[in-house]
Design a protein around this ligand. Structure first.
Ligand code: KG4
Ligand code: ZN
Length: 358
C-alpha cells in the first residue's frame, strides 16, 4: 500500500510517497528558514502563506520522484497536531481535499509520534523484534523534549518532558541572544566545534549537580529556562572575541546536551530498556550523537540514531506512520480537527508500529 504523507505543522512544507511503511519512493522538504530568519522565530501567518504557495509543487515533486501517479496512492496521511494552527490548516485542507476527491482514507498523524517513527524508517526490522523492547526514545526538537518508553504491545508512556523550553528552543533562543540567526541548532553545532566546552560552567537544569538532589518525581523531567538566563547574564554588555563566542557556545551546548544524555541513561537503567533511540530535529546535533553513542555503549545498550535526513520535519515519517494505521483500518473522518498542543492526558498513547504481538 502506498501512502502520501503531508507535513505543514511549522516552517517546513513536506510531502512524501512511502510504500509499505518504510520504502521512501519520494520525499521533498521545502524549508522556510530564510523567510523567518529575520524574526528570530517562526511567524505563523507567514508560515501559512508560504505553505499555501509550496504545497502543490511539493506534492507534485514527491510524486515525480516516486515515478508514480496520484492514482497509485491508497491513503493520505497528514500531521494534524501539534503545531501552529494556521500552518496545520493548510496541510489538512489539502489532504482532506485529496482524500475526498480520490475517495481514499484520511489519516491524522501526531507529529510527536511521527518523530519517533522517523528513527525506524530505515530500520523497520527493529520494530518487528520483541527482543528490542522496551524501546526508550528521546524526542528532542524545537517543540518537544521528552523521554518515551515503548512496550512491545505498543503502549508508549511519557516518562518525563520539559517543564519549560524544549531543547531546540533553548538553542534557538541562545542563538538569538548571541545574534547568530535562526534556527540556532545548526549554527551552534558548527561554532561549538571550535570552542572549549568547559570554559563556562552553565547550569544543567534538574540534573543532580553541586550536591543538590533532584526530587524523584522530576528525575526524567527537563528544564532549560535556567541555562538560557545564565547565558544572558554571562554575555550581557560584553563584546566577545570569536574565540570567546566559540567557548560560550560550546559550553552552552554541552550543558544542554549533557542533561539529555544523563537522563536518557538513567531512564534506560531504571526501565531496563533494550534499545535507545534519538529522534527529532536536535537529534542532528553532532555533539549529542557522539555523546549518546559513548554513553549507550557504556551501559551496553543498542542505540538507534535517526538518519539526519529524517531528524528534522519531513513527510516520510508521516506517511510511514500512516501506513501502520491504515493497514489496521484506523482512519479519520474529513471533520478531523487540528490542534496546537498534544492532548493533555497524553501520559501514554498507542504507538501502532510497535504492535509486535498481534
Ligand atoms: O523537528 P524539528 O525540525 O521541528 C520541530 O518539530 O520542532 O526541529 C527543529 C529544531 C530547531 O530548534 C533547530 O534549532 C534544531 O531542531 N536543530 C538542531 C540541529 N539541527 C536542527 N539542534 C542542534 N543541532 C543541530 N545540528
Ligand atoms: Zn518536528
Amino acid at each position: 500500500m502506498i501512502v502520501l504523507g503531508i507535513e505543514s505543522s511549522c516552517d517546513e512544507t513536506a510531502a512524501a510517497v512511502v510504500r509499505a511503511g518504510h520504502q521512501v519512493l519520494g520525499s521533498v522538504v521545502a524549508s522556510q528558514v530564510k523567510l523567518h530568519a529575520g524574526y528570530g522565530g517562526v511567524i505563523p501567518e507567514l508560515a501559512a502563506r508560504e505553505h499555501l504557495r509550496n504545497i502543490t509543487p511539493v506534492v507534485a515533486e514527491a510524486l515525480t520522484q516516486s515515478g508514480l501517479g496520484i492514482d497509485a496512492v491508497s491513503a493520505v496521511a497528514v500531521t494534524n497536531l501539534p503545531g501552529l494552527i494556521p500552518a496545520l490548516l493548510v496541510g489538512n485542507a489539502y489532504a482532506k481535499g485529496l482524500a475526498a476527491c480520490r475517495k481514499i482514507p484520511l489519516l491524522g498523524i501526531n507529529h510527536f509520534e511521527a518523530h519517533i517513527y522517523g528513527a525506524f524508517l530505515e530500520h523497520p526490522e527493529l520494530l518487528a523484534d520483541s527482543a528490542n523492547f522496551p524501546v526508550l526514545a528521546l524526542v528532542v526538537s524545537g517543540g518537544h523534549t521528552a523521554l518515551v518508553l515503548i512496550a512491545a504491545d505498543g503502549r508508549a508512556e511519557i516518562l518525563g518532558a520539559t517543564l519549560d523550553d524544549a531543547a531546540g528552543e533553548a538553542l534557538d533562543k541562545a542563538a538569538k541572544i548571541l545574534g547568530l540567526g535562526y534556527p540556532g541548532g545548526p549554527v551552534i553545532d558548527r561554532i561549538a566545534k571550535d570552542g572549549d566546552p568547559h570554559a563556562f560552567a552553565f547550569p544543567q537544569g534538574l540534573r543532580r549537580s553541586g550536591g543538590r538532589p533532584v526530587p524523584p518525581e522530576l528525575r526524567f523531567s527537563f528544564s532549560f529556562s535556567g541555562v538560557k538566563t545564565a547565558l544572558l547574564y554571562a554575555v550581557r554588555g560584553r563584546q566577545l572575541s570569536s574565540q570567546e563566542l566559540a567557548d560560550v557556545v560550546a559550553s552552552y551546548q554541552r550543558a544542554v546536551m549533557e542533561v539529555l544524555v544523563s537522563k536518557t541513561i538513567l531512564a534506560a537503567q531504571e526501565t531496563a530498556a533494550r534499545l535507545l533511540c534519538l529522534c527529532g530535529g536536535v537529534a542532528c546535533n553532532s555533539y549529542l550523537r557522539g555523546r549518546m553513542h559513548e554513553a549507550a555503549a557504556g551501559i551496553g545498550r543498542q542505540l538507534l540514531l535517526t538518519e539526519p535526513k529524517y531528524c528534522g520535519d519531513n513527510a516520510a515519517m508521516v506517511a510511514g506512520l500512516g501506513w501502520h494505521y491504515a493497514r489496521r483500518g484506523i482512519t479519520d473522518e474529513l471533520s478531523l480537527p487540528v490542534a496546537a498542543r498534544l492532548p493533555a492526558q497524553l501520559g501514554s498513547f498507542p504507538f501502532a508500529p510497535a504492535f509486535v504481538k498481534e
